[in-house]
Design a protein around this ligand. Structure first.
Ligand code: AMP
Length: 400
């Protein structure tokens, strides 16, 4: 029997959703409610190729969920007519506790709450989404799928920071990694595209969107990943810097910068935005084409960091079968892919320039036929992965 899952991705001021069938991947409807809590909120619901928009006051997540239910009722498919197998919730931080998707119970909610100090920007919104969905669909199984869970296979040598033991123990400081749902989906799909069994495929996944992370996947298991305690570490991102010298906070504090300003600058005003004033990679690409010097430098910084991680993860894996580019920039930017992969022929990575230039949407092989390492562009599908994981848990007998 087909499993129909409502996937919810609730942020602090937004609620994104998709209704889909887990087995076939058929999408029935998608939607987004933005600017929750602001004076004017926006809703958008797409089903049957038709998009309905809504504007008005949506003060909280409970109201946003009413908007969601009304959008389904008005534009289809009516949720009252759908036999929902589960509601699948994206939860950003599952700490070291959650290594797999979990049926939501009071204990699971308490644990997600306990993890708020590790993800103060994300887990509270995720929890709001869970609470309002539970209130509306108390009889439907609800499943939490964690961004961190895929990385719980990291070996201790990869997840341990070389810092005082008290910090590691008392504050649970370690590498957790994020975007796990995307890395899980893309690594599995890449193994399929390469014709390799998942447990034999070594893949480096480059998830390059507004947030960006690289993961080394050995036989379907994450063995290293670039994001760490928080989603700030690693690659250069839209507004986040990625790797920095750890002395920076103390240095700037001594110069008078408040901790909150430091935090905000690293989350909102760094990365591409800090380098060139925009976090939109399309704008950066246009500026580079126009010869803008700051933009050329920014592209160089982003590509250099990416190249370093590819080399590092080739060393971690020992043997690499494939590289996979995904997410907004990874799927759509031949310019960045070419900049990051130039000069890696001795590592076994031979880009096909024409195939790369032509690959701006969909799944594509962009390496030469002889390249020892295959390079793929693979659109990510986190909603489908959440739906599949939620449906699999229910099929395995999980009940509330
Ligand atoms: P995501 O977070 O996965 O939605 O990705 C957002 C990023 O993808 C933004 O920086 C966009 O500018 C970038 N992006 C989307 N479409 C394109 C495109 N056609 N070319 C280059 N970058 C793109």
């Amino acid at each position: 029997m087909a499993s129909v899952v409502l996937v919810i991705n609730a942020g602090s001021s937004s609620l994104k959703y998709e209704l889909l069938e887990a087995e076939s991947g058929t999408t029935y409807a998608t939607g987004l409610i933005e600017k929750i809590g602001e004076s004017t909120s926006h809703g958008r619901h797409t089903s049957d190729d038709t998009t309905a928009e809504r504007e008005g006051s949506c003060p909280d997540h409970a109201t946003a969920f009413e908007w969601l239910v009304e959008a389904f009722h008005d534009n289809g498919p009516d949720l009252d007519d759908v036999a929902l197998t589960a509601v699948g919730h994206r939860v950003v931080h599952g700490g070291a506790h959650f290594t797999a998707p979990s049926l939501i119970t009071d204990e699971v909610i308490s644990e997600i709450e306990r993890l708020i100090p590790l993800a103060p920007l994300h887990n509270p919104g995720n929890l709001e989404g869970i609470r309002v969905a539970l209130a509306k669909f108390p009889e439907t199984p609800q499943v939490a799928v964690f961004d961190t869970a895929f990385h719980q296979t990291l070996p201790p040598a990869a997840y341990t920071y070389a810092i005082p033991k008290a910090w590691r123990v008392d504050h649970r400081i370690r590498r957790y990694g994020f975007h796990g749902t995307s890395h899980a989906y893309v690594s599995r799909r890449t193994a399929q595209l390469c014709g390799l069994p998942l447990d034999e495929a070594n893949v480096i996944v480059l998830h390059l969107g507004n947030g960006a992370s690289a993961t080394a996947v050995a036989g379907g298991r994450s063995v290293d990943t670039s994001m760490g305690l928080s989603p700030l570490e690693g690659l250069v991102m839209g507004t986040r810097p990625g790797d920095l010298d750890p002395s920076l906070p103390a240095h700037l504090a001594r110069a008078g910068l408040a901790l909150e300003d430091y935090d905000r600058a690293l989350n909102k005003d760094s990365g591409l935005k800090g380098l060139v004033g925009t976090n939109d990679f399309r704008e950066l690409t246009d500026l580079v084409a126009a010869g803008d010097e700051e933009a050329v430098l920014a592209l160089g910084v982003v590509a250099h960091r990416l190249k370093k991680y590819i080399g590092a993860y080739a060393a971690v894996l020992g043997r690499v079968d494939a590289l996979a580019f995904t997410a907004g920039v990874g799927e759509h930017s031949p310019v960045l892919r070419a900049a990051a992969l130039t000069g890696l022929e001795r590592l076994g990575i031979e880009l096909d320039g024409d195939a790369n230039a032509a690959a701006t949407s969909g799944e594509h092989l962009i390496s030469t036929a002889d390249s020892p390492i295959a390079v793929w562009v693979v659109p990510t599908n986190e909603e489908l992965e959440i739906a599949r994981q939620a449906a699999a848990l229910i099929a395995a007998g999980a009940v509330r």
